[in-house]
Design a protein around this ligand. Structure first.
Ligand SMILES: [Zn+2]
Length: 119
């Protein structure tokens, strides 16, 4: 696919990783400004000249934003163990049925770390 579109979102959320050993800092309740990138690949529509309207991506992401932003992620069904990997997978599963060309979900918890889910 010749074109790649990336739309960036940010949520503030708390989590803890329950399966880690006692004493691991990530087992404690803490929060992040999660940076989320939704990546779509495809052909440009010959008339419109774009792959997908960013506004459509925003409309599709808004319900997820409402479920994730300023929430305790562990309480969301499917995110009981909310690592970046599981969050990326969860977002992909939610968006894929309605967003053709969805290629990747990228999650950054900090400036130094990121996770890419690209099935
Ligand atoms: Zn964390």
């Amino acid at each position: 696919m010749p074109f790649t579109l990336i739309r960036k979102y940010q949520i503030e959320a708390a989590h803890r990783l329950p399966h880690l050993p006692d004493g691991h800092k990530c087992k404690r309740l803490h929060g992040h400004s999660f940076h989320i990138e939704v990546v779509v690949r495809g052909e440009a529509d010959p008339k419109l000249g774009w792959v997908v309207d960013y506004g459509v991506m925003d409309e599709l992401f808004q319900p997820l934003f409402d479920r994730l932003d300023h929430r305790f992620l562990n309480e969301i069904p499917g995110l009981e163990n909310p690592t970046s990997e599981m969050l990326a997978l969860w977002i992909h599963r939610e968006l894929a049925p309605s967003l053709p060309g969805l290629a990747e979900i990228r999650i950054s918890e900090t400036c130094q770390e990121s996770c890419i889910y690209s099935p």
